[in-house]
Design a protein around this ligand. Structure first.
Ligand code: ZN
Length: 288
């Protein structure tokens, strides 16, 4: 089917008490893996690329690849810009065929974050594209060179009252919140502020988004979903799984010269992990 927006997907998840996985891809193989997992489990899925990934290859290439994969898939697939860092990038993605964008102004002062997020949401309305904002700051760095969270800035937790005001003033369709998770790999298991999540959910009707999930147990992720998380981002986990599978394949066959011969192991490993996440967030058989 054609690419769909994240709006209906996330509202259905909110009403149904599950979440939709949003899976970061870096290449064609990872995109194939995510869509194949969604097809197999009849699950909606969000394919997403960060601003850093779009400096590696432009949005047109990712949008064309994922649009083509989605067309041959009977499950609903959305194409999302993760951690958009500029108004122009959101526009580039909209014009390229993305069906959802994030404007991450969380590193800016509160009023500047409202201003830029509102501006992007206004512009995207003309394209029928929903916008995810972020308030508070998820720790770590989504495009860190090493996956070490320790060297990265600490999280600033989201204030529930401010979240309500932010959602109202920006007109975002979904909101990423900071409750103790961080991007990259954890040195020790994170302790999440689940009561804060419930307090935010009580004040904000827009679907809530959890970033920094790699290393958070599936049980804790499910607890977050029960308290109002509707979109679960998975990035580092898939990068690690893909790279490890390719590294193992090359170690086993050092004479390999055909990229297909080892990238297929990365693709298969990512598909298996995405299937695990789909079952963990409860979105199997939920494709509309
Ligand atoms: Zn993130």
């Amino acid at each position: 089917m054609p690419l769909v927006s994240t709006d209906d997907m996330l509202r259905a998840a909110q009403a149904g008490g599950y979440a939709v996985g949003a899976f970061n891809v870096e290449n064609m193989e990872m995109a194939q893996a995510v869509v194949a997992a969604a097809e197999k489990l009849r699950s909606p899925a969000i394919v997403q690329t960060t601003a850093g990934t779009l400096r590696y290859a432009p949005p047109e290439l990712f949008a064309a690849t994922v649009e083509r994969l989605a067309r041959n898939c009977s499950s609903a697939i959305a194409m999302h810009l993760d951690h958009g860092d500029a108004y122009e990038l959101a526009l580039d993605c909209a014009r390229a065929g993305y069906t959802s964008v994030m404007m991450d102004g969380s590193s800016l002062p509160y009023n500047d974050n409202i201003e830029i997020t509102h501006r992007v949401a206004d512009a995207m309305r003309g394209y029928g594209i929903p916008v995810e904002g972020e308030l508070g700051a998820v720790g770590g760095k989504e495009d860190a060179r090493s996956a070490d969270k320790a060297a990265e800035p600490a999280a600033r937790y989201t204030d529930p009252d401010q979240a309500a005001e932010f959602a109202l003033r920006t007109g975002v369709s979904s909101l990423a919140i900071a409750i103790g998770t961080a991007h990259g790999l954890y040195k020790s298991a994170p302790k999440l502020d689940l009561d804060r999540l419930s307090a935010i959910r009580a004040r904000v009707s827009a679907p809530l988004v959890l970033h920094g999930t790699t290393g958070v147990s599936y049980a804790v992720v499910r607890e977050c979903i029960a308290r109002g998380i509707c979109k679960v981002n998975v990035a580092t986990d898939l990068r690690v799984v893909f790279t490890q599978a390719v590294r193992d394949a090359l170690a086993a066959s050092p004479e390999a010269i055909d990229p297909k011969a080892y990238l297929k192991y990365g693709r298969a490993a990512v598909q298996a992990r995405v299937e695990e996440w789909i079952l963990a967030v409860g979105s199997e058989n939920k494709s509309i």
